[in-house]
Design a protein around this ligand. Structure first.
Ligand code: NCD
Length: 311
């Protein structure tokens, strides 16, 4: 698997073989991610963590992943703390940071920012979420969580529910699942359905998604229910957000309609779309999913920076 020195801007940058390789490597990282084993295979490397949008899991799990492998992290969390607040362009900022580290992890409010950064950086750039665009590393940990729970990714019946328009995690995830022949059901109010370009892309790749607004009609078919937050911050008009806020609330009542081994996932943070009563059921996988960010990002950093845990 050759992913040394490569950018990860979109999940389309990876082949199915490369994804499988990264998931296999992620499995091997688990004892290292938990600190039960220690191998500082990225000793001497530096990661630049640039987060220009709020983040808990993605930022901290990249830091944890790097730290477990002996890679130093330099970071900025707010645009106001950088020279961008003085008017410096993203391109110039990236060119500077490029000189201070070996890999750049970027979260930015604008779709396309990671692609732009990759153009201006000689070192690899990892997209940690670009506006309503995509979130490929979240997809890797989502796939890892599904594969761990279900044994295989092939042919799973996946229901994606919530904000499919602005939710970047489901954009990357739908594309990746299509590579694995998943059956996708897209549950959202019409105004929050999957953007046309992504919908057309997955159809072109052989997926035949079912679209509906009614979760009750499809939940009994699901192997995985992937719930997303309605992305309030991306609505141009707050009144439009109010119309769809709270549309889906997953509680134990609706889960009684589901297969007993169906898993519920969520990239988090959640608002009210999964009730706390679900946390203690056999369905809940979202906290394990959040932990999986560490081994998966360790595997990715090793692949990109050339660290070999097996050696
Ligand atoms: C998501 C994101 O930032 O896109 N969170 C995450 O990375 N785990 C989901 C969200 O904010 O709703």
């Amino acid at each position: 698997m050759d992913f040394y020195d490569k950018d990860l801007v979109s999940i389309r940058d990876l082949t199915k073989e490369q994804i499988n390789y990264l998931l296999d490597q992620s499995e091997k990282m688990i004892p290292y991610a938990k600190g039960e084993k220690v191998k500082k295979v990225l000793d001497g490397k530096v990661l630049g963590n640039l987060f220009f949008e709020p983040s808990t899991r993605t930022k901290l799990s990249f830091e944890s992943a790097a730290g477990r492998l002996g890679c130093t992290v330099i970071d900025v969390s707010e645009m106001s703390m950088t020279s961008m607040s003085k008017g410096e362009t993203l391109a110039d900022t990236i060119k500077m940071v490029d000189g201070y580290c070996d890999v750049i992890v970027l979260r930015h409010p604008h779709e396309g920012a990671a692609r732009l950064a990759a153009k201006f950086s000689e070192n690899p750039v990892i997209n940690a979420g670009d506006g309503a665009g995509s979130h490929p590393t979240q997809t890797l940990l989502d796939l890892f969580t599904m594969r761990s729970a279900k044994g295989s990714l092939e042919g799973l019946n996946i229901v994606l529910v919530g904000d499919l328009k602005y939710g970047r995690t489901v954009h990357s995830l739908a594309e990746a699942l299509t590579m694995f022949g998943a059956k996708l059901t897209l549950v959202a109010p019409e105004s929050l359905q999957m953007p046309k370009d992504i919908y057309n892309h997955i159809v072109e790749k052989g997926c035949k998604p079912v679209k509906t607004a009614v979760l009750e009609d499809v939940i009994d078919q699901a192997d995985v229910l992937y719930v997303t937050r309605i992305q309030k911050e991306r609505f141009p008009d707050p009144a439009e957000y109010q119309k769809v806020a709270g549309t889906y609330r997953i509680g134990n009542a609706i889960l009684r309609e589901a297969k007993s081994d169906m898993i519920v996932m969520h990239p988090l943070p959640r608002l009210d779309e999964i009730l706390p009563e679900v946390d203690d059921t056999q369905h809940a996988k979202y906290f394990e999913q959040a932990f999986n960010g560490v081994p998966v990002r360790m595997a990715l950093l090793c692949a990109i920076l050339g660290g070999d845990i097996n050696g």
